[in-house]
Every structure is written in structure tokens, then in C-alpha cells.
Ligand binder design. Structure first.
Ligand code: NAD
Ligand code: IPM
Ligand code: MN
Length: 366
């Protein structure tokens, strides 16, 4: 019985995960998956009530007793220092060593990009960002000194290890090869940060030499941000550091319809996987029932793929595309549907696909 940990978290995390769960439950019934969904109340409410963010025992159970984790978002204006999000989300990424953060951004219809020139379909966007997820400036090495005085010092170190860099670059190339993608682009800031830059570029060249059929190039992150707006169709797989991947994946999401569209997977291949939409808890729209649940629902599709239900994964993707075609969409996409209406429509579409195939089977036999 596949066990999935469900961590809705905060803000719109609760709203979008409710719909992702609705879709998982529909898939459970269509494909007889015998899924067990285990709900976890990790988030700001619990932290504010108890002072506990997440315990070691909870990390162990999340790691060892589940086939996958589905997370909404963490972040709450009542916790301005964001400690619970760091402990829980970054804690899971670090402690479970989820070194691959795969963030796909796919333009599903030309009207969703804010860019010009996509209307006739000759240009399109399909970017797979491979964000290093366990190092970089996120390790919080450093500290503060003389805080609150005119001499205040803050040091935030950028950690890059050969092992960490090599394995994310390898993951990006292996993905490109497995998916038939023609090009991998390294994004760094080797001109201003040469120590990290040298390590990344050497690792990129070394690993890349094993993948000679794949086109390879390197870009500085500032130029990449520019070029992703100018000609996103020029790029396929991007591999980059934790911080640059964080920034570029929000940009890529916006190019394909907005943060609400984008799923992501945090993985230690062969060991653990945590799926979450790229967006945060969106306090500006939380509680209004208008958050776009498609990124979270796409994550539900990825969960199905991971537990071996590839047909379910494909049907979720097809139902997402059908909802867009029929404009069953939230206001960020120009629609008038609520978060719940989009989730319910996609779940119903999955259930109908079962009825359709059952009646076809009945027809054949009858
Ligand atoms: P955000 O992603 O929450 O929101 C940015 C903008 O995008 C907002 O205007 C929001 O309304 C919009 N948006 C985001 N998701 C949307 C959706 N599904 N549908 C429609 N519109 C959507 O980023 P932020 O405002 O910088 O961060 C808010 C909080 O979330 C912060 O505490 C931040 O640290 C946290 N955060 C958490 C995660 C995570 O848990 N993975 C990711 C990003 C930010
Ligand atoms: C993300 C978020 C997190 C990050 C924050 C909440 C720490 O922005 O998952 O993209 O920077 O990784
Ligand atoms: Mn981010």
C-alpha cells in the first residue's frame, strides 16, 4: 500500500493541497491504488501554538514510513523570521539530502505567456530547471557580529562541494538523455564568483564529456535572466546553484502562465521524493478561494508516476490541459473558477475516464 505524507502547510498551501488530494483520491478509486494519505499538521499554526517546528522523530517518520511527500507551502506573516519554514522545508531538503530540485516550466497554450510572439505556435517554452538543493548560500554558514551597531557584519557563505555539484550536473544530463532533450545549459556567475565558478565549470565539462550527443553551454545568470525573457525557446535543461535556481524557476514559471502553474520535485533519486508547487503561501490571496491549484495538482500527477501509476500521471496531465482548454481556470489565468471548482473538475474528469473505459469494456462484452 503506497503511503503518501500530505503536508498542506500555510496559506494557500492548504487550499491547493486540498485539491491535489481530491485528485489523488479520484486516482485512487480509478486505478485501485490502495493509497494511504497521511495528513501532517506541520506549519505556522502548530509552531505558534506549541513552539515546535518539526522534531527529529518526525523527520525520521517522514523519511522512512512514506513513499512520497506532498507539500503545499510554508510561510506566514505571523512568523516574520520564517523559522518554521526553514526548519521544515529546508530541513527536509537537507536532512533527506534531496539534492535534485527539478522545476519544469511548460507553456500549455500561447495565451498564458506574458511574452509577445507566441500566438502562432511557432515559438514555445519547455524549460527543465535542475536546481542544486542542498548547498550554496542556503546552508546558512556564517553569522552576524555587532548586530545593531554601525559596525554590524553579516556573513552568508556560499558552499559548493565537488560531490554536490557533480551529482546535480549528472542528474541534469541523465534527465536530458532519458527524455531526449538536446541541450543542457549551466548557469553561474563565474565572472564575479570565480572560486565557485571554476568548480562548477570543471564539473560541467567533465560530466558533460560523457554526454557528447547533448549540446552544452554556460551562461552568466544575469544574461540568462535576460535571455529567458528574450528567447526562452532557445533553452531546454538548465542546471544551476540553489539560489540561482530559486530565482530562475520563478521567472520560468511566470513565462508559462504564473507561479500557480508550476510543480516541482525535490529528490534523492532512488531514496526520497518531496513534491511541491513552486509557489509560496501567497498571503495576499490566502483564504479567498482563488489560488490556482494546477501546480499542486501536477505534483499529485508526479506522485502517481513515482508510485508506478504512469497512466494516472498521464490522465492528470491530460485533465489539467482539458481544464485549460475549457477555461475552467482561476482568475490568474483569466478564468472565473474557484480553486475548489478547478480541483473538482479535474477529479471528476478522472472519474469519468474510468466510467468511459468501463462502459466501453461493457460494450465489447455486451
Ligand atoms: P508567493 O509564491 O507566495 O507569491 C508570489 C505572488 O504570486 C503573489 O502575488 C501570489 O498571490 C502569487 N501566487 C503564488 N501562488 C499562486 C497561485 N497558486 N495562484 C495564484 N497566484 C499565486 O511568494 P511570496 O509572496 O514571496 O512568499 C509568501 C510566503 O511563502 C513567504 O513566507 C515565503 O517565504 C513563502 N514561500 C514558501 C515556498 C515553499 O514553501 N515552497 C515557496 C516560496 C515562498
Ligand atoms: C522555494 C522557496 C524557498 C526557497 C523558501 C521558502 C526558503 O522560495 O521553494 O522556491 O528559497 O527554496
Ligand atoms: Mn522560491
Amino acid at each position: 500500500m503506497p503511503r503518501i505524507a500530505i503536508i498542506p502547510g500555510d496559506g494557500i498551501g492548504l487550499e491547493v493541497i486540498r485539491e491535489a488530494v481530491r485528485v489523488l483520491e479520484a486516482a485512487n478509486s480509478v486505478y485501485d491504488l490502495d493509497l494511504e494519505l497521511v495528513h501532517w499538521d506541520l506549519g505556522a499554526d502548530r509552531f505558534l501554538e506549541t513552539g515546535v517546528t518539526i522534531t527529529d522523530e518526525e523527520f525520521d517518520r517522514l523519511a522512512n514510513e512514506h513513499d512520497a511527500i506532498l507539500l503545499g507551502a510554508l510561510g506566514d506573516p505571523r512568523v516574520p523570521g520564517n523559522e518554521h519554514a526553514r526548519d521544515i522545508l529546508l530541513g527536509l531538503r537537507f536532512k533527506l539530502d534531496l539534492y535534485v530540485n527539478w522545476r519544469p516550466a511548460v507553456l500549455m497554450a500561447p495565451r498564458f505567456t506574458p511574452l509577445k510572439g507566441f500566438e502562432d505556435g511557432t515559438r514555445t517554452i519547455h524549460l527543465d530547471t535542475f536546481r542544486e538543493n542542498t548547498e550554496g548560500v542556503y546552508v546558512n554558514l556564517g553569522g552576524s557580529f555587532k548586530v545593531g551597531t554601525p559596525d554590524e557584519v553579516a556573513i552568508q557563505e556560499d558552499l559548493n562541494t565537488w560531490k554536490g555539484v557533480e551529482r546535480i550536473i549528472r542528474a541534469a544530463f541523465e534527465f536530458a538523455r532519458a527524455k531526449g532533450r538536446g541541450k543542457v545549459t549551466l548557469v553561474d556567475k563565474a565572472n564575479a564568483m570565480p572560486a565557485a565558478g571554476k568548480l562548477w565549470r570543471r564539473a560541467f565539462a567533465e560530466v558533460g564529456s560523457e554526454f557528447s550527443e547533448i549540446e552544452q553551454n554556460a551562461m552568466y545568470v544575469d544574461a540568462m535572466a535576460m535571455d529567458l525573457v528574450r528567447r526562452p525557446e532557445h533553452y531546454e535543461v538548465i542546471v544551476t546553484s540553489n539560489l540561482f535556481g530559486d530565482i530562475l524557476s520563478d521567472l520560468a514559471a511566470e513565462l508559462t502562465g504564473g507561479l500557480g502553474m508550476a510543480p516541482s520535485a525535490n529528490m534523492h533519486p532512488g531514496k526520497h521524493a518531496l513534491y511541491e508547487p513552486v509557489h509560496g503561501s501567497a498571503p495576499d490571496i490566502a483564504g479567498q478561494g482563488i489560488a490556482n491549484p494546477l501546480g499542486a495538482i501536477a505534483c499529485a500527477g508526479l506522485v502517481l508516476g513515482q508510485i508506478g501509476c504512469s497512466e494516472g500521471a498521464q490522465q492528470v496531465d491530460a485533465a489539467i490541459r482539458a481544464s485549460l482548454e475549457k477555461n475552467v481556470s482561476t482568475p490568474d489565468l483569466g478564468g472565473v473558477a474557484s480553486t475548489e471548482e478547478v480541483g473538482a473538475w479535474i477529479a471528476a474528469t478522472l472519474l469519468e475516464s474510468k466510467e468511459a473505459s468501463t462502459s466501453q469494456t461493457d460494450g465489447t462484452h455486451g
